[in-house]
Ligand binder design. Sequence first.
Ligand code: CTP
Ligand code: MG
Length: 229
Amino acid sequence: MTTKALIIPAAGSGTRLGEQIPKSFIKLSGCPILAHTLRRFLPLKGLVQIIIATSEDFLSEARQILKTEAPESIKTSAIAGGKERQHSIGNALNELLEADLVIIHDAVRPFVKLNHIDACCKAASETGAALLGVPAKNTIKEIDDEHFIRRTPDRESLWQAQTPQVFKKQLIVEAYRQAMNENYIGTDDASLVEKLGQKVKMIKGDPSNFKITYPVDLQLARLLIEEQE
Ligand code: CTP
Ligand code: MG
């Protein structure tokens, strides 16, 4: 059995959403988004550890969610995150116990499907690193400082990265160590592994695993949760 540790970064403030509280703790159908997301992973086979990174102010709330949702057989902890997502995950990596795979998943993607999580884990077991993503649905433009278009990359080869992003433990620990040493900040975890020159496999997911980022995403999430219940 492949053992797995799950890291959930939830320490962001949600600037683009613009709500009073950090978006991971906004309630949908009476439960914090973080709890909805966590539930998606609990049926996963071989899950031995869960680490949640939050701001200091929400540590006790995160601990309460872990206590209510996670079975006692899983080792759980809530730790303080950092300034950037990468710092939050770096802090969480310091808490890792033994596991074959490390799964990193945004707290604000509550609609991820178990078969997609499984597919990422399987690919990461085989290749070392895998993430979920979808083909870009919009044409992507590269622009200059004055907002003139510099380039239109061929859409066929453009995919949008989602989470989960799953890695063999040694690989992600090394990737984070090196990135921190070089003061490199990436916008996802896979990019740090790419910097090591390691291959990362893209697994096709679906758009329902969107990240709650803007107010319209929160509106959609409310509708979808109500529909499910
Ligand atoms: N995150 C984190 N620590 C940070 C920043 C982000 O743990 N310092 C987490 C967020 O809580 C979220 C995930 O990383 O679950 C994805 O980040 P994003 O959607 O950018 O969330 P925020 O940074 O909170 O939002 P914004 O960028 O709009 O401020
Ligand atoms: Mg952010």
